[in-house]
Each structure stands twice: as C-alpha cells, then as structure tokens.
Design a protein around this ligand. Structure first.
Ligand SMILES: Cc1ncc(COP(=O)(O)O)c(C=O)c1O
Length: 389
C-alpha cells in the first residue's frame, strides 16, 4: 500500500471527525466510576443532553452503539405481539424494523422509494383506519443517513394529533441531533434515540434515550423482556450519579467536552452552519450535472448528501479511487442503494475549507474515473459560501 501523508479526510456520515479538544478530554486518566467526581460528571451530562434534545424529561446513557438505544426504546415500552407502524425511508428504518420483528413485534411497514421522507398524510390515514387503536407505537427515523432525507417529524406529530391516536411516537435522531432542528418536548416525542458518533462529535460507543412522561408510564406495564436496557435500573442508579454497570468512563469525559463545545456555539448557529454547508454541497452536485438522491427540497439533510452515481458508473468504484488517490473516505450506498449512490458526510466538527477539500476530492475523482460530469462543482460551492454568511 502506498504511504499517504497529510490528514485523512473522513467524510463518511458518521462516525465523524472528533475535535482535538474532545480527543484530549478522552485521553484523561480513568477515574473511579463509583467515586464522587464521577457522580458530578453524570449529573452534568444528563443535564447537557436534556439541552441538546430540548427536553426537561429523563435521559439514559448506555455504553452501546445507536442500535442498542433502538432496542432500549422498544423493550422498555412495548409488549410481545404489539403492533407498531414504521416507514421504509431507507436502510436504517429497515434495520429498526428488522430489530422490532426479531423482538416479537408485529410491524406495519409502509413501503417507500428511499428518496422521500415519511409522508404525514399517510401517517394520518393509517392511524385513522386503526379504529381499534391496535397500533402501540409509531417509529420514525428523523434523518435517514442512508438516503440524505429528513422526515418532517413535527408534521408527523401534528398528523398523529389530528387523529387523536394514543400510540407512542419514537424518533431516531441519531444523525439529526445537534445538526438539525430537533425538539423532543415541543414536538411531543415520547422516546428519542441518539448516539455519540454524529453531531455529538465523539467516537462510537454511547447510545441514549430521551424519555417523555407517557413513555415512562407505559414502561411500567410493558412486558418485553429487558435487563441490560432496563430504564428503571438505569434511572435509579443515575439518581445518585452512578450506573447499574460499568459506564464508558472516558467517552463520558469526551461527551462533557462536546456538550461544552455545543453550548459555546449554540444549537441554532450549529443548525445554520450545517444548513449552509449542505446547500453548498448540493450546489456542487447540481453543477456537476449529478442528482441529489433526496427528491423533496423540504426534506434535504443538513448532515449528509447522497449523490446518485453518474449513468454507467459504480459509486463504490469511484469511492475506492478517491480513497486510494486522495486519502478521503466517502460513505457507501447501503442496502438498496449499494453501488448507486455515494454519500458525502458534512456534519460535526466541519467547516468551509474542509468542505472545499472534500468537494475537490470528489471532482478530481469524477475526472479520473472518466465519469460523464461537468466541471465547476467546487466553484459553485465556493461561490455560494463566499456570498452567503
Ligand atoms: C439514522 C441511524 N440510525 C441508526 C444507526 C445505527 O447506529 P449504530 O451503527 O451506532 O448502531 C445509524 C448508524 O449510522 C444511523 O445513521
């Protein structure tokens, strides 16, 4: 393998680049996770994540990936055979569906084309038809990392309310949290599922749930077996600042630093920064004569742009070439989109010059691959960035 100098460009849509400040925080000596210093840290973190999720409700943090936090949301609130409503918005929605099926739930999976988000009108119709109120939960992926499409969660909430349906509303906010406007309390979310490796700018390894009152009440009678994921055991231990088992001590130091960085910049400014970088990316894609996978401009993602490969090109071959020649990793097409799209991650600790470098790598890669495209994507992006605050 040839030796590559300079910093690797990690432009996959998570895990994202970890800021040096967070890396230094991770690098502290481990402390006693049953000692007083640790108890203070736990309390700070729970409060910090409440702010990020915009909730005054409970937070639980697991030493897990995001998939663990999905499972926690399901096993704490539902019972064997319960019916749930889910939407095929992409790979992660499909994975969450598979998890629910394996856990013994009956899933109504509304088909989708992996280019659009959840349609609030379809939610309304489905729930209106459920006269017996058999549906116990509606589960939506906010930002589909596989497709670059955002579902309009607040509109889905309004659709649920129009029908007056009592189902729980659970949202995967893994690649939208601290990246795109998200309001757990205001939007009436019952369970938010999150993880560390996207907008929180940490390595993978922390999964969490934000839990509303209704979900908490439902968890008292939910009958799916649970042990490791049990909210009650976690919340009881958290009351004194501790965990029922060994927490990811050093990742939690990193989380404290990341939350500090988020507070310094402010959530609204973070959303605006991502919005601008995402728009610049889409302008580059269009200037290349390529297609953004997301069809509805109202559903564009702040965190990732999935680009449809030019006619006759395999997206994975293009990614391989870009990695080998320019030391940059782009996201691959997942599931049904394998080989058909490449994904540009533009989230987390990320700025204009990093984007300009990223887009330059893509443009050079397209040229070297002999792909049918037009030059000028980088120019279109930097013109936009230079002209728009
Ligand atoms: C939207 C979304 N949900 C769930 C997951 C699964 O999380 P993990 O791979 O951390 O288990 C991911 C991972 O990228 C994701 O992007």
């Amino acid at each position: 393998m040839s030796i590559q100098r300079g910093r690797h460009f990690l432009q996959i849509p998570g895990p994202t680049n970890v800021p040096d400040r967070v890396l230094r925080a991770l690098n502290r000596p481990t402390v006693d996770h049953r000692g007083p210093e640790f108890a203070r840290l736990t309390r700070d973190l729970l409060e910090g994540l409440q702010q990020v999720c915009k909730t005054s409700g409970k937070i639980v943090i697991y030493p897990s990936s995001g998939t663990g936090a999905w499972e926690a949301a399901v096993v704490n609130t539902l019972s064997p055979g319960d019916k749930v409503l889910m939407f095929e918005t992409g790979h992660f929605a499909t994975m969450w569906r598979n998890l629910a099926v394996r856990l013994g739930l009956q899933v109504d999976f509304v088909p989708g084309d992996w280019r659009r988000g959840v349609d609030p009108a379809v939610v309304e119709t489905q729930l209106a038809e459920d006269r017996g109120r058999a549906i116990k939960a509606i589960m939506v992926v906010h930002n589909e990392t596989s497709t670059g499409v955002v579902s309009r969660v607040s509109e889905v909430r309004k659709a649920i309310d129009r029908v007056g349906h009592p189902a729980l509303f659970m949202v995967d906010s893994i690649s939208s949290l601290a990246l795109t406007d998200y309001r757990h309390d205001e939007w009436g979310i019952d369970v938010t599922v999150g993880s560390s490796q996207k907008g929180l700018m940490l390595p993978p390894g922390l999964g969490f749930n934000a839990i509303g009152e209704k979900a908490l009440a439902t968890s008292k009678s939910a009958r799916l077996p649970r042990s490791y994921w049990d909210w009650e055991a976690m919340m009881n231990a958290n009351q004194t600042g501790f965990f029922p088992y060994t927490p990811s001590t050093n990742l939690l130091y990193g989380l404290k630093e990341a939350i500090e960085m988020i507070r310094e910049e402010g959530l609204e400014k973070i959303f605006a920064r991502h919005n601008r970088l995402a728009e610049a990316t889409r302008r580059a894609v269009r200037a290349w004569g390529l297609e953004v996978n997301c069809l509805n401009p109202q559903e564009y993602s702040n965190s990732v742009t999935a680009v449809r490969a030019p006619e006759g090109q395999n997206a994975d071959a293009l990614r391989k070439l870009i990695l080998e020649r320019f030391n940059m990793s782009l996201g691959n097409g997942l599931g049904k989109l394998q080989g058909k799209v490449f994904r540009i991650g533009h989230m987390g600790d990320f700025n204009e010059l990093m984007l300009a470098g990223t887009l330059s790598g893509v443009e050079m890669g397209l040229a070297l691959a002999g792909a049918p495209f037009k030059k000028g994507g980088v120019q279109a992006a930097i013109d936009y960035l230079a002209g728009n605050e």
